[in-house]
Each structure stands twice: as C-alpha cells, then as structure tokens.
Design a protein around this ligand. Structure first.
Ligand code: UD1
Ligand code: CA
Length: 534
C-alpha cells in the first residue's frame, strides 16, 4: 500500500461564478506576515511595501476574508504595530472592529513557528476548532481567489491532509523546491528550501508557492514536531509535508497554469515585477468593465480605485488610493488623483494634481489645477489653470478660471472668482474662513483677508483688498485712487536726451521727482478713475 496519494490538478480557467460558495464553513485562514524581509534591504518591513498602492499584506488578508469570512488571523512581528494599524484600517467596518485577529510572533523563528502562534485564536469559541486551515504567505500579492478556491476543492476531492500550490518556473532559485517521489503517481514527498537543497534538488523547477490547505486535526500537532536543524535554524512550515507523508496521509498539489501568480516578493526586483503584473491585471479589469484607455501601458490605476463606464483615460493618467470615478468622465494626460470622489460627466484637463477631494457631476477642471485635501467642486462648477484650492467648497455653477488660491472658503452658487483672487486665510498662527455667498462677482486680483464674508450678489471691484464683511448686493472697492499725470512721461524722456542723461538713467527713483516740483500735484491733470472693472 502506498503511504500517500497525490493528486495533481491544473487550475481551472473558469472564473468563479455566482454559484460558487462565498465563505467556506469550518475554514480558517492564517496569513504569515512577521518576517522583516532582509532581501528587500529596506527600513520598512516587507509586507507593508505597496503593490499598486496597496500594502502587500492586504492582498493575502483580503483573499482570506473573501473565502473564510471572519476567521482570519495574521501573524505579525517586525513593525508589528504598523502592520496591525494598516490591517485594522483596511478591514474595520463602519461599526468599528476588524474581523481580523492579529497575533504576535515575538521572535521570527520560521514559518512553522509563525503559524503555531495562531493556535490560541481558533482554539476557543462556540463554533469549535476549524476543520481546515488555509495558510498564506504575506508576500504573494498575485495569488487569485479562484486559484485558492480550486486548491480548497482539490483538498476535499482528494481527501488530502495537506494540499499545496506549486508552479513550474524557468528560474526557481530562491524558492522551496517540490520533491516528488519516484512512483508512477509522482506524488509530493517533501519540500526542500533553496538553502538546504543539494545540486540535484536545485535543478528542480517546480516550486512551493507558499499557499497551503491543511486539516485542522493535523496542523498543530505537526507543527509541534518541527525540528529546526536546517541551514537557517528555523521551524519550516514546509516540513509538515514530509510529516504528513511519513504518517501515511495524503498530500495533494495544484500546479499553477500561470506561474506568474505564484510570485513571492523577496527582493525589490520581484516587487517591481509584481507591480507590473498587478497593474496589468487592474487595467484589464477596467477595460473589460467598459473604461477606455488611450494608452493602457502608461495608465496607472491603484488596486482600490473604481471607474465608471465610458470614462476615457488619456495617456499618463494616475489614479491612486481609494479614488472613485463616475461614468462618462474624461481625464486628460499627466493628471494624478489620490483618494478623490468624482461624479459623472466630469472633465479634467491635463496636468492636474488632486488629493482627497470631491468633484460633483459635470464639473470641469484644469489644465494645471491643484486641489489639496478637503475640496468640494459642486455640479457644473469650473476651475481653471493655476488655481490652487484647499478645504474649499465651490458652489454649483461657480467659476474660478484663472490663477487663484482659495483656502478655507465656502463659496456659494453662481459665483465668479476673478483671475488672481487670493484668500488670505493664514496670519502666521491660525487659519480663518472666507465665506462668499451666492451670486457674488469678485473682480480680478481680489484679496480676501479672512475671516470675512461677502454677502450674496455683491460685486467686489478688481484689485480690492476685502478686510471687512461686505453686505449683500453692495459694491466694494478698496484700492489707491488712480493718478494720471499728463505729459509726465514725455518730459522725462526729454530730460533723458538732455544734458543730465546720467541722472535720469542712473537713479530713476529720486531724480525724476524734480519734474513734479515745478507744479503741485493737483494741477498736473491727475484723474481718479471712477469706473471699476471686474
Ligand atoms: C517560503 C517557503 C518556500 C516557498 C516560498 C514562496 C518556508 C520555510 N519556505 O520561503 O518553500 O518557496 O516561501 O514564496 O516556508 N514569516 C513569518 N515569520 C517567520 C518567517 C517568515 O511570519 O518567522 C512570514 C514572512 O513575513 C513572509 C512569509 O512568512 O510573509 C514567508 O517568509 P519568507 O522568509 O519570505 O520565506 P521564503 O524564504 O520566501
Ligand atoms: Ca518569500
């Protein structure tokens, strides 16, 4: 009688359909995320390095939550508090608490030791101990849910004790190699780590991906039997395969169709590769969902971004963080949005940088607009070139078309913000609010010294510095009266061509004042301009 039987199944290409089970009963997930990741040569722990804008560990955690619901434990160690925060923030619902249990591995004694730390999490509770565990490395961001479901299916179908995911690579260096028995079935006998492998084993191109399904009844008793006498002096999780095999249990394996999916990120090169693959997957997903990309290769979309149908992305658009874009929008080149909410029919021209802002339907922005956090651009409002905004609500249909800074402002509907308008919101110590009510017309080069309110429908003359509240429907003009001196320029020129050329060209500020000494100012034809222009 053969002591173990192996089952090899190629992964199915069929996508997970609606009939597919959601959360699997009796299943628990353990994600190993305690290692430093020495080969990254980084101050930051490996699992926090982002792939497509999302910390690597969240790929494994997200997958775990999708297949096992709330029975997910993450083993943390290096920068434990930071990793915990990232996971809590990403997985906590509106009601607060995260469904993910965090356990600490104080010393990183190996992957087997890491999984052992999760035992107390699942030992107690009404539902009893899990019947199976899905164990995931925290550094395999390309792994797909359908593959994991296939692994679980094969585990059941083969009635295996341990089922592993493998991949056949051109270059297997660095990975644990899958050693198969010399039987007809070529079942998996053990995994040998790269550093423990002899020459013959190193030549094996089938690798252990680091994704396992293990029977609950077997897992922890096997982990207790691990022996760290290997090249790294660690408790290897992978040694449980040999333990299962030796005790006559079945070990099954699923070989990945697409070996890319099995990429484990240990180095910056592998991180860069993972980034490329994930980016491509994300672009394909949105192309399939009805988004147009003029040049997909230069379009950067983070993992958590969503985009509506018939939206068009021009080359070199970057969508970051939790950005949500509606339908029928157009985003022109070299524009970057981070954590923004964009409605439908919004047009954003080239070279814009927006963070943490909300653009309502039909808004029109750019080129060269800068939105810092806390901006709301209401329906059909327009923001043009070289306008910077921060914590500002620009009302429906309002326009700020050119060269302005609008900070800490509440701007009503149908307001015209003239070119060069500045909210002077900061006195060096504190920030103050500017309120501009509906229908106000601000002329060009207006300065608003906050806190200040401009009442509805008021008109602010160009060049005005508004220091006090303006009543509704008023005209406000605050600027130095204009002085026109007839013939002054001509007389100055005459002086220049005359005897005293040096005086005029040398010190403009002092000498020409002699021109005005002959006659008093009033008689030189001065004229205060009456009309104010917007
Ligand atoms: C591991 C596997 C190897 C496999 C490869 C796939 C073992 C012994 N080896 O090797 O067979 O081919 O993954 O990518 O499992 N971790 C802890 N605590 C520890 C050590 C590691 O939580 O004490 C975590 C790491 O943070 C990481 C994961 O476990 O997320 C894997 O550790 P890593 O050091 O990357 O293992 P590999 O050498 O890549
Ligand atoms: Ca690894």
């Amino acid at each position: 009688m053969s002591r173990s039987r192996a089952t090899d199944v190629r992964t199915v290409k069929k996508p997970v359909g609606p009939g597919q089970p959601g959360k699997m009963a009796g299943l628990a997930v353990v994600v190993m995320a305690a290692g430093l990741g020495t080969r990254m040569r980084s101050k930051q722990t490996k699992v926090l390095h982002p792939v497509a804008g999302q910390p690597m560990v969240l790929y494994s955690v997200g997958l775990g939550l999708r297949v096992a619901g709330d029975r997910v434990a993450v083993v943390v160690g290096h920068q434990a508090d930071l990793v915990r925060q990232v996971i809590d923030r990403a997985t906590s619902g509106t009601s607060g608490g995260s469904p993910v249990a965090i356990v600490e591995q104080r010393e990183q004694l190996g992957t087997g030791h890491a999984v052992l730390q999760s035992r107390p999490v699942f030992a107690v509770g009404k539902r009893g101990a899990p019947s199976r565990y899905l164990i995931l490395n925290g550094d395999t961001p390309l792994l797909q849910e359908k593959t994991v479901r296939e692994l679980l299916r094969v585990h059941e179908a083969a009635r295996a004790t341990v089922t592993i995911l493998t991949a056949v690579l051109k270059d297997a260096s660095g990975y644990g190699r899958v050693v198969r028995a010399h039987t007809a079935e070529r079942h998996v006998a053990r995994i040998v780590e790269d550093r423990d492998a002899d020459q013959e084993e190193r030549a094996i191109r089938e690798i252990n991906v680091g994704t396992y399904v293990v029977d609950g009844e077997f897992l922890f008793s096997a982990l207790e039997k691990l022996d760290p006498s290997n090249a790294q002096g660690e408790y290897y999780l992978t040694d449980i395969i040999q333990l299962a095999e030796h005790s006559g249990r079945r070990v099954a394996a699923v070989v990945l169709d697409n070996p890319d999916e099995g990429l484990g990120v240990n180095t910056r090169r592998q991180l860069a590769l993972a980034e490329q693959v994930v980016r491509q997957q994300i672009r394909d997903r949105w192309l399939d969902a009805g988004v147009t990309m003029i040049d997909p290769a230069s379009t950067w979309i983070d993992a958590a971004v969503t985009i509506g149908r018939d939206t068009v992305l021009y080359p070199n658009v970057t969508l970051e963080g939790a950005t949500v874009i509606g339908e029928d929008c157009v985003l022109r080149s070299y524009t970057r949005l981070t954590d923004c909410m964009v409605g439908n029919h919004v047009e954003i021209l080239d070279h814009c940088v927006f963070a943490d802002s909300h653009l309502e339907d039909g808004a029109h922005l750019g080129p060269f607009t800068h939105l810092r956090p806390g901006v709301v651009v209401r329906k059909k409002a327009k923001v043009g070139n070289f306008v910077e905004m921060k914590k500002t609500d620009l009302g429906e249909g309002s326009k700020a078309n050119h060269l302005s800074y609008l900070g800490d402002a509440k701007i009503g509907k149908g307001v015209n913000i003239g070119a060069g308008t500045i909210t002077c919101n900061y006195d060096g110590l504190q920030k103050f609010q500017t309120v501009i009510e509906d229908g106000v017309f601000l002329g060009s080069d207006t300065q608003l010294i906050a806190p200040v309110t401009v009442g509805a429908r008021a008109i602010v003359a160009a060049g005005t510095t508004v220091t006090e509240d303006v009543p509704a429907d008023a005209l406000v003009i605050g600027r130095v009266p204009q002085v026109n001196r007839a013939g002054w320029a001509a007389r100055r020129r005459a002086l220049q061509t005359g005897a005293n050329r040096d005086t005029v060209t040398g010190t403009r500020d002092t000498k020409p004042t002699r021109l005005t000494k002959k006659r008093p100012l009033a008689s030189q034809g001065s004229h205060v301009k009456k009309r104010s222009r917007g």
